[in-house]
Write a protein that binds this ligand. Structure first.
Ligand SMILES: Nc1ncnc2c1ncn2[C@@H]1O[C@H](COP(=O)(O)OP(=O)(O)O)[C@@H](O)[C@H]1O
Ligand SMILES: [Mg+2]
Length: 245
């Protein structure tokens, strides 16, 4: 579904991503690991078009997407959740999902005012997926940090992306919220592909299938988590750093 070939981005003289070959299959849940500054967020910025590569290719569904703008990659089905959620505080949970839906389904705008049964059901399905179906009439401003993060995942789902990118989705969450987020991600990825950038090793153990490790903008290792944890190079650069954190 997604492949980068020789992907490089240089900021001044510094290569934040360097000659990276990386790929994700359809229906896969991929975790990206790596110490701070490894280039994980930059890689997500390149895939979504927020940052333009200096050289190399990014192929998505057989099409070159390097250099496209974020709204263009979004139209092609790449949906990204940022580290800080931007939900509408003065709207209810349900209204936030509705707004996200409307933005990406302008064709159905007329239908929306009637709120067709189909759309109501779709909003309800999303509310169930993100565990907020019993909070649908609450104002977003009153949600906990974790609930806000789920609401933003719900807003992303309303856009019906084929590839979902989550950059540190559990940052600042309690252990219980983190665990629930793992369950949520596992249920979401059943019919989509998901890339999760994550630090929290307990969380990675809960969700990970195949893990890719970056270090200093370069590919370091890839494989099942059990192998990655035994990989000497990974232990040296990542797990050691993790222990210091
Ligand atoms: N726009 C930018 N200009 C200059 N340097 C940047 C820019 N974006 C990221 N960097 C640098 O690139 C490196 C990788 O950053 P980042 O991708 O945020 O790492 P990670 O998400 O793995 O912690 C860091 O050293 C960071 O300071
Ligand atoms: Mg980052």
């Amino acid at each position: 579904m997604l492949q980068t070939i020789g992907l490089t981005v240089q900021f001044g003289g510094f290569k934040a991503i360097s000659d990276l070959d990386f790929s994700v299959n359809r229906g896969e849940l991929r975790v990206i690991l790596g110490p701070n500054g490894a280039g994980k967020t930059t890689l997500m910025d390149l895939i979504t078009g927020k940052t333009k590569p200096t050289s190399g290719r990014i192929v998505y569904n057989g099409r070159e997407i390097a250099g496209l703008e974020p709204f263009e990659t979004a139209k092609l089905g790449i949906g990204r959740k940022f580290q800080n959620p931007h939900v509408f505080d003065n709207m209810t949970v349900s209204e936030n999902i509705e707004v996200a839906f409307r933005g990406f389904h302008r064709v159905f705008k007329a239908l929306f005012y009637k709120k067709s049964r189909e759309i109501k059901e779709r909003i309800n399905d999303i509310l169930i997926t993100i565990n907020l179906d019993h909070q649908s009439e609450r104002m977003a401003a009153s949600l906990s940090h974790g609930e806000r993060q789920w609401l933003e995942i719900g807003m992303l789902l309303a856009q019906d992306p084929e590839l979902i990118i989550l950059d540190e989705p559990t940052a600042g969450m309690t252990a219980d919220e983190t665990y629930k987020t793992g369950e949520l991600i596992r249920s979401v990825f059943k019919d989509r592909s998901v890339i999760v950038v994550e630090h929290d090793m307990a969380f990675v153990r809960q969700i990970a299938d195949i893990v890719t490790v970056l270090h200093q903008g370069r590919f370091l290792a890839e494989g099942p988590l059990s192998e990655i944890e035994r990989n000497a190079k990974v232990q040296e650069v990542y797990l050691k750093e993790d222990a210091h954190a």
